[in-house]
Design a protein around this ligand. Structure first.
Ligand SMILES: C[S@@+](CC[C@H](N)C(=O)[O-])C[C@H]1O[C@@H](n2cnc3c(N)ncnc32)[C@H](O)[C@@H]1O
Length: 341
């Protein structure tokens, strides 16, 4: 049986555990911390690596409880002295001629290891294996991780080809957060889904990883609409893209949408929005009109005070089902799951 760790966006541990359980069978959770889930499974790493909604997944070679190992240097020294650790890493790679690098993090921040220590471990790693050290263009990574809670582990990163910030268009949601929002909408094969603030399409493209009947994507910027249309065509995705105003969805009939999954502007970069409270209030009026009875809204916003106040005082057509306070690029935000009354 293998031990795995998946990391996730802070505040989303509970829902990411649900995603892991729904994605793979044979999982026994052993520990969860904020943004980190440890579990045991007989499944092969190649299956674990496919799980979406997580930031990264690792095959754990060794883990240590708080107090067992003092600092990152002690952890690396364990890797140098305990031959069985390197042996297990070699077993994972087998005859693969991978380019590998050694990484370390303390309290969620990547740290540089002292050169002599790093080189000592690297030389152990390449001894009697086909592995090559390549610190710049590695295909695979061995990690030494020290968490703030005191837990530490040595692991092999399974999710190497994940999207970097530079692969995303400005404002585009990271796929793992988009996946969490889509999952929270209880995806169904008959869903007619709308994202009226589609932007670069982070949410709607992630939604195509689940079954659906129809996806509608709308934005008020023509250039974004054009890019989305092209991307959907290139990827052969059944998505209807059009330009429009999310506050006046004239193209969309009353009670015709099952789910709205969206990330409206947070008012930090776009000064043309005017009074943000009025903007969000009108948005809810329009969502109420186009949604079917019991339809769902999954909304991400960095304007928690605005949304909270509206839900408390003004927007009585929606019931709050779940709410997650998460960090998006370091900014406090929340995911709201709302059901139309
Ligand atoms: C936070 S971004 C959405 C990003 C998107 N989730 C993604 O992954 O790319 C908000 C988007 O709403 C659009 N927008 C702003 N006001 C709008 C309105 N009244 N109607 C429709 N779209 C609007 C902006 O052009 C922007 O693309």
């Amino acid at each position: 049986m293998n031990t795995y760790i998946s990391t996730c966006v802070s505040g989303a541990t509970e829902v990411v555990k649900e995603i892991i359980s729904a994605s793979v069978s044979d999982v026994r959770f052993v520990l969860d911390l904020d943004g980190l889930i440890m579990y045991r499974s007989n499944l092969d790493p190649s299956i674990i690596k496919q799980i979406r909604g997580v930031n990264n997944s690792f095959l754990v070679v060794r883990s240590f409880k708080p107090g067992e190992v003092a600092a990152i240097e002690d952890l690396v020294n364990k890797g140098i002295r305990d031959f069985s650790i390197v042996k297990e890493i070699h077993e994972y790679y087998g005859k693969k001629r991978s380019r590998v690098r050694v990484m370390a993090s303390v309290g969620n921040k990547t740290v540089a290891l002292a050169r002599p220590l790093l080189e000592k471990f690297e030389s152990k790693l390449i001894q009697r294996s086909e592995l090559k050290i390549d610190r710049r263009l590695a295909e695979t990574e061995v990690w030494f991780v020290v968490r703030n809670e005191g837990m530490k582990f040595i692991g092999i990163r399974l999710t190497m080809s994940r999207v970097d910030e530079k692969d995303l268009q400005p404002g585009q949601l990271r796929p793992e957060i988009a996946h969490i929002l889509c999952f929270l909408s209880h995806p169904n094969v008959d869903d007619i889904v709308l994202d009226p603030f589609a932007g670069a399409g982070g949410l709607i493209f992630e939604r195509t990883n689940f079954k659906y009947k129809e996806i509608l994507a709308l934005d008020n910027k023509q250039e974004l609409v054009d890019k989305l249309t092209l991307k959907a065509k290139k990827q052969n995705k059944k998505i209807r893209v059009f330009r429009g105003d999310a506050l006046h969805l004239i193209e969309i009939e009353n009670s015709s949408i099952d789910k709205i999954i969206t990330d409206p502007p947070w008012g930090m970069f776009d000064t043309s929005l005017g009074d943000l409270k009025a903007f969000y209030e009108q948005m809810f009026v329009e969502f109420d009109r186009v949604l079917k009875q019991n339809g769902l809204v999954v909304l991400l916003s960095g304007q928690k005070e605005v949304v909270d106040e509206l839900l408390r005082l003004k927007v009585d057509r929606f019931k709050l089902i779940r709410r997650y306070d998460i960090l998006v690029s370091g900014k406090k935000s929340a995911i709201y799951v709302l059901s139309k009354r």
